[in-house]
Design a binder for this molecule. Structure first.
Ligand code: UDP
Length: 479
């Protein structure tokens, strides 16, 4: 970049510190940069350091070229080092990030103007609802990147507006009837909305986002029209939605050295190459879920007894909450031999797109769900909490791409090795003879691919969004 040429439009993305957030944020950033925008991704400093340590992003703040534009990173203060490690809990972390992050983020954004990169649009994250207020105070147009499904968006929306009864202290066990959506059994609404849920603070954070929905001019969603047609149509009449997913599909093959991995991904491709098509069970519980050791034991025996090959991501827990790492029963790995591979972290997008993968045992985080669908891979749904339980319902009952193995952590059930074998076999054996799960998944894969190519529904929405930003663009000089 030569000195003092006209700066590209600058979009500033604020990301909640978490793997399930940085992935869609970075994927969106790449698409925006490809259109010639300068994109800054800003997240809490402790998380930025994690990304740097994993080698996913550079240590300096040099913009990385992507397509016709650039991506760069800046971190806001989070005050987490001030917390006493003995009494760290989720609520303290959330409050501390707001307390330190609010002034720090506002300062960072103001600095952009001083440095001739005035921000034309802020794209914020619903798990940091205060960022909408920062945008309002600084009078910068703001959009939200919603990183869950539209169905889940509608559930939170109706809960916030109290338009239908939700479980409460008085009636904790009721089911939920919402417009357009199928009946949601009590344990199928996002678990953060249950009274006294241990992660209820996150439910309150998300509900608080709905009190600020008049600020954003647009709500971008990592979903696609063909997947959630009816609920997208319905909610579009109420809020300014733009489905722009699946963001993980990258038809332009944008190459950059920037990635969002919090841990270095181990190479699994060579091992997968050695297996026949559709013969491997891929197992991952995402970045946060931590199963009990006895459930890990059952899963290990279930995978081994199923007779199929398996690739299992066993991510070590983050230090913060004092959780213990899992141990695998030794005899299981001995018995499985070459049939089993365990890694700490994979490049999941590459794994799911590999022809050897026959099914995905997933915790049903929204990113994992969309990645499974977008790759045409059937699932064994093993949700724990949050929107995972809702996504599991939709994967199994609405999209028809698999079976359900668990009803979530609140059921407090140990899923037995025999049940695990039964579900794996149902998906793997039925599917090898061209079963309906894979057929449905492949249809959705095609629809997903069609949505993101030139002229597709999600592609058009991104184009409209970029045009809107360019109209609002405040240009300075870019050094
Ligand atoms: N992921 C990955 N490698 C792994 C496990 C997960 O790259 O070994 C990625 C996965 O592709 C997804 C993200 O991590 O994009 C997890 O997000 P998700 O919403 O599925 O779950 P969360 O971690 O937020 O619970």
């Amino acid at each position: 970049m030569t000195n003092s040429q006209e700066a590209p439009c600058h979009v500033f993305l604020v990301c909640y510190p978490g793997q399930g957030h940085i992935n869609p944020t970075l994927r969106l950033a790449k698409k925006l940069a490809a259109e010639g925008l300068l994109v800054t991704i800003s997240t809490a400093v402790h998380f930025g350091k994690t990304l740097q340590k994993a080698g996913s992003i550079g240590a300096g703040d040099c913009p990385t070229p992507v397509g016709n534009g650039f991506i760069r990173f800046e971190f806001f203060e989070d005050g987490l080092q001030e917390l006493n490690p003995k009494d760290v809990n989720l609520e303290r972390v959330v409050n501390q990030i707001e307390l330190f992050g609010r002034p720090s983020l506002a300062g960072l954004i103001k600095n952009q103007t001083a440095e001739n990169r005035s921000v034309s649009c802020l794209i914020v994250n619903p798990f940091l609802p205060w960022t909408c207020e920062v945008a309002k105070e600084l009078e910068i147009p703001c959009a939200i990147l919603w990183v869950q499904s539209c169905a889940v968006f509608s559930i939170y929306y109706h809960c916030f507006h109290k338009s239908v009864p939700f479980p409460s202290e008085l009636e904790p066990k009721i089911d939920v009837h919402l417009p357009i959506l199928p009946l949601l059994k009590n344990d199928e609404i996002p678990s953060f909305l249950h009274p006294n849920n241990i992660y209820g603070v996150l439910g309150n954070v998300l509900l608080s986002q709905f009190s600020k929905l008049s600020t954003p001019f647009c709500i971008l969603m990592d979903t696609f029209g063909e997947l959630e047609k009816d609920i997208i149509n319905y909610m579009s009449n109420i809020t300014p939605l733009k489905p722009i997913g699946p963001l993980f599909i990258n038809p332009q093959n944008l190459e950059t050295e920037v990635s969002g991995h919090c841990l270095k991904a181990e190479d699994c491709v060579e091992w997968l190459n050695s297996k026949p098509p559709q013969s491997v069970v891929y197992v991952s519980f995402g970045s946060i879920v931590h199963l009990k050791q006895e459930q890990i034991d059952e899963l290990a025996y279930g995978l081994c007894n199923s007779g199929f090959s398996f690739l299992w991501v066993m991510k070590p827990p983050d230090d913060v909450y004092g959780l213990k790492g899992h141990v695998l029963p030794e005899e299981v790995m001995e018995k499985a031999g070459e049939r089993g591979k365990v890694v700490q972290w994979s490049s999941q997008e590459r794994v799911l797109s590999h022809e050897s993968v026959g099914c995905f045992i997933t915790h049903c985080g929204w990113n994992s769900s969309v990645e499974a669908i977008g790759n045409g891979v059937p699932v064994v749904a093993f949700p724990q909490w949050g929107d995972q339980v809702t996504n599991a319902k939709f994967l199994v009952e609405d999209y028809g791409v698999g079976v359900r193995l668990s009803r979530g952590a609140e059921a407090n059930e140990l899923i037995s090795r025999d049940e695990i074998v039964r579900c794996i076999s149902e998906v793997m054996i039925r599917e090898s003879s061209g079963g309906e799960f894979r057929r449905n998944a492949l249809k959705l894969k095609q629809a997903a691919a069609a949505a993101v190519v030139d002229g597709g529904s999600s592609h058009k929405n991104i184009q409209e969004f970029v045009d809107e930003i360019k109209k609002r663009c405040v240009r300075g000089n870019f050094e």
